[in-house]
Design a protein around this ligand. Structure first.
Ligand code: PAF
Length: 287
């Protein structure tokens, strides 16, 4: 497995791979790998003949009061895991390499970012689309793989790729969960023992939403209210948002005709956790 730290070297390597007919699959990450990341890499392994990943904790997607400094890092462990999964190249630039003095360009997706996490984390998605555009220009992938746990991120990046005619296929991979249902996240490491139990309120909320729809409750306001009630029963939690929205536009729904995205962000102790699920009316599931 090669480790590359310099942009120019990565670009030259990618160009060579392309010229020799390889298909580059790319998994951008911020490191501190768990099964969710490894699953993205396994999908990437099959999607291309060469698998490139990046490890870069991107400062411009964190707000001033967010956890950039304390975001968990484990370079040695990450490299070992990447090797085991069969990664060919790890691109691992420094912050100065990615954002040298004078850097002043931003890539922004206008409307899809004005919902969900975009409202509680202003500027976050501009940071994501800017760094992902840069990474795409550096790694030159044919296909890139993202997790569905960050549903809005996947939607925003897919839109960006479409709008800017980037010749890259985007693959979304289902969320990997702990045996009790908690979505895997690097931020789960912030949870103390009791907070870890409370963190289950996210997946329980999503199950509740589907159960409510199954029993005929298709009013998004009522579903949101019931979810908020449920979360309030769990200690150490504070709701950031609960949304029942259109899975494509992310606009809040006034009624559910066949399916809806239920997305939520909840602070549990010092961890801000997100999760989502598409809920579908029974008659549309074809069971
Ligand atoms: O999902 C992430 O880990 C990050 O947002 C990404 C896509 C690597 C960009 O920094």
């Amino acid at each position: 497995m090669e480790v590359i730290e310099k942009i120019k070297e990565m670009q030259e390597r990618a160009e060579k791979l392309r010229l020799s007919g390889e298909t580059i699959a790319f998994v951008p990450t911020m490191g501190f790998f768990h099964e969710g990341h490894l699953e993205l890499m396994r999908v990437g392994r099959k999607a291309g003949s060469k698998l490139v990943i990046s490890i870069f904790v991107n400062p411009i997607q964190f707000g001033p009061s967010e956890d950039f400094e304390r975001y968990p890092r484990d370079m040695e462990g990450d490299l070992q895991k990447a090797k085991e999964v069969g990664v060919d190249i790890v691109f691992m630039p420094s912050v100065d390499e990615m954002y040298p003095e004078g850097f002043q360009t931003k890539v922004a997706v206008r409307d899809l970012t004005q919902h969900l996490c975009g409202l509680s984390r202003p500027g976050h998605f501009d940071g994501v689309t800017t760094v992902v555009s840069k990474l795409f220009n550096i790694v030159k992938p044919h296909v890139a793989i993202f997790g569905q746990k960050d549903y809005q991120q996947l939607t925003v990046i897919s839109r960006m790729v479409m709008d800017l005619n980037m010749d890259i296929k985007i693959i979304g991979v289902p969320t990997v969960r702990e045996p009790d249902g908690l979505a895997m996240s690097s931020r789960n490491t912030y949870l103390g023992k009791e907070e870890r139990e409370s963190a289950l309120c996210l997946v329980k909320s999503l199950e509740l939403a589907q159960n409510l729809l199954d029993t005929g409750e298709d009013n998004p306001m009522m579903i949101k209210e019931r979810i908020e009630e449920l979360i309030r029963e769990y200690p150490y939690t504070e709701i950031d948002y609960v949304s029942v929205c259109d899975p494509d536009t992310l606009d809040e729904l006034e009624s559910i005709s066949d399916r809806a995205l239920v997305a939520l962000a909840v602070r549990v102790g010092s961890a801000r956790l997100i999760d989502n699920r598409i809920i579908t009316k029974k008659e549309k599931r074809g069971e």
